[in-house]
Write a protein that binds this ligand. Structure first.
Ligand SMILES: C[S@@+](CC[C@H](N)C(=O)[O-])C[C@H]1O[C@@H](n2cnc3c(N)ncnc32)[C@H](O)[C@@H]1O
Length: 225
């Protein structure tokens, strides 16, 4: 993806990246950090762990490493949960340069996490970032990704349907469902009706939850069987 990337300060003072040619952001303009914590950490990670008193291996799959915010927040959260051993797999066809990601190094969320280690970890290799967080970054698109099995938690963080409609179609949602373990959870900021129906058609049980600032709802889906 050879597009221009600009830095944008969002409503909660945290930064995100803006793609002027697509008029799209990596996170919400209403608060990048607030959105990531609300959607992926509270509605996703925390829910997955608390709802079943989870312990042991937790296999997370994220679509879109981007700035590394979700990975960094997950590693930070799990630093207080040594009973969980997280294997975090993330894909992205577009790798930020050191110059681009270093803009985030002094952010509060990045300071608490092994942020630079997440970015410097080589692509295509599993790297132990902390005692209970290992990272595998795969340089590919979701279209080409050879789906893995045994995923407990999916962070679905593609650009919005206006920009990347294909990543919100039935095939993509079914691919997610097929990767998930029973009781696995899929979560995203997107609450579009067609996405909700696609998740249901993929056999998942879908909840509409209150969204972060600027968004009425988010979607969370659980694999029952
Ligand atoms: C909304 S941003 C994700 C933000 C990221 N999770 C973060 O915390 O910064 C969307 C991400 O999806 C990636 N992406 C674009 N096309 C993709 C594709 N076909 N398959 C997988 N990822 C894609 C982009 O490069 C970008 O990093």
């Amino acid at each position: 993806m050879l597009v221009k990337v600009e830095i944008l300060t969002t409503a909660d003072n945290s930064k995100t990246l803006h793609l002027p040619e697509l008029d799209e952001q990596y996170h919400s303009k209403h608060g990048a950090l607030t959105e990531a914590e609300h959607v992926y950490i509270k509605a996703g990670l925390q829910h997955r762990l608390v709802s079943t008193a989870y312990s042991g291996d937790l296999n997370v799959f994220e679509l879109g490493f981007g700035t590394g915010m979700n990975a960094a927040l997950t590693a930070t959260y799990l630093a207080d949960h040594p009973e969980i051993n997280c294997n975090y797999t993330v894909i992205d066809p577009f790798i930020l340069s050191a110059q681009q990601y270093s803009l985030f190094c002094e952010e509060s969320w990045a300071l608490k996490a092994p942020f630079t280690a997440l970015h410097e970890a080589p692509w295509g290799e599993t790297v132990a970032i902390s005692p209970n967080f290992s990272l595998l970054k795969i340089h590919t698109t979701f279209e080409d990704f050879r789906a893995q099995k045994g995923v407990d938690l999916v962070f679905y963080d593609a650009f919005g349907p206006r920009v990347q409609a294909q990543l919100w179609e039935s095939w993509a949602l079914q691919k997610c469902a097929d990767m998930m373990n029973p009781e696995g959870v899929w979560v995203s900021y997107c609450a579009k009706g067609s996405v909700r129906r696609g998740l249901q058609e993929a056999g998942l049980s879908v909840e509409r939850l209150p969204g972060p600032p600027g968004k009425r709802e988010l979607l969370r889906a659980t694999k029952i069987h």
